[in-house]
Design a protein around this ligand. Structure first.
Ligand SMILES: Nc1ncnc2c1ncn2[C@@H]1O[C@H](COP(=O)(O)OP(=O)(O)OP(=O)(O)O)[C@@H](O)[C@H]1O
Ligand SMILES: [Mg+2]
Length: 256
């Protein structure tokens, strides 16, 4: 099995405070792993450490078998940050999703038709057709998250890392997003997702990692998880828009 993330004995300090304490995390291709823990337990810091967005002071991290210091294949990873941390407020949705295509082109060549088609197809899969020319800043939180997922799809990412993607969504939108993630996982995408509660992701989850005060206190099956034959739902054919059709309705643009 291909190792996607291998973190050993990782400790991270922010300023002079130690946030992560000797964290071990091993994630294999095709897994869906929930990262759980209370506020301030270090979930976001762990994701940011794994993605080299903050330096770690002890331990080793490998992504797809490459040491973090040498890893360059960032388009293999889609990152959907915690709400409020979005760094691209001035860009349009098309521009953000097109970023997922950059590595697939020779440098400094203009977007080709294949790029534009890939962007349109990715937006369709997350039900954001028609939103391409809007500014990211003018989308709802749930729409921003879907645009970032579309960027990962346009890049053909292998790993999706999401930090509390459900926190700002109403129940129906949560269910749609959970279905989208289930489809993407069934197609082979590996998913690491920070959750506050299991909610609509529960049927998809086989494993959880729980942080407490920066240490891993649980890594294994979800207690009370349903049996494997109930873990995947395939309601829509692959390639079709995977979010609920009613999200196209104008009134649903306020879904969160
Ligand atoms: N820049 C920083 N400097 C010092 N401490 C920080 C910094 N950023 C975060 N922290 C602290 O690190 C700890 C872990 O924060 P982190 O954001 O990783 O937690 P979290 O588990 O994601 O919490 P939440 O559920 O609220 O998102 C917290 O105590 C937080 O106050
Ligand atoms: Mg957090």
């Amino acid at each position: 099995m291909t190792t996607v993330i291998e973190a050993r004995d990782v400790s991270t300090w922010l300023g002079d405070v130690q946030i992560l304490h000797s964290v071990d995390l091993h994630i294999t291709a095709g897994e869906v792993v929930a990262l759980l823990g209370g506020n301030g337990s270090g979930k976001t810091t762990l994701l940011r450490t794994l993605l080299n967005l903050v330096p770690h002071q002890e331990g080793t991290v490998e992504l797809f078998g490459t040491p973090l210091e040498k890893f360059r294949a960032w388009t293999r990873i889609g990152y959907v940050p915690q709400r409020g941390r979005l760094q691209v407020q001035n860009a349009t949705v098309d521009e953000v999703v097109m970023l997922g295509r950059l590595s697939r082109r020779r440098p400094f060549t203009p977007h080709g038709r294949a790029d534009r088609e890939a962007v349109a197809a990715a937006l369709a899969r997350v039900n954001l057709t028609g939103f391409g020319s809007r500014a990211m800043a003018h989308l709802s939180g749930g729409q921003q998250q879907r645009a970032l997922i579309a960027r990962a799809l346009a890049a053909h990412a292998d790993l999706l890392v999401l930090d509390e993607p459900f926190s700002a969504l109403d129940v129906r939108t949560q269910a749609s997003l959970a279905r989208l993630l289930a489809h993407l996982n069934a197609e082979g995408l590996t998913i690491l997702v920070v959750l506050h509660e299991l909610g609509p992701m529960e049927p998809l989850l086989e494993r959880s990692v729980v942080l407490q005060a920066g240490s891993v206190v649980h890594d294994g099956p979800l207690a009370g998880a349903p049996s494997p034959e109930h873990t995947h739902h395939h309601e829509a054919a692959p390639g079709r828009a995977l979010l609920e059709p009613e999200l196209h309705a104008p009134s649903a643009e306020q879904e969160d």
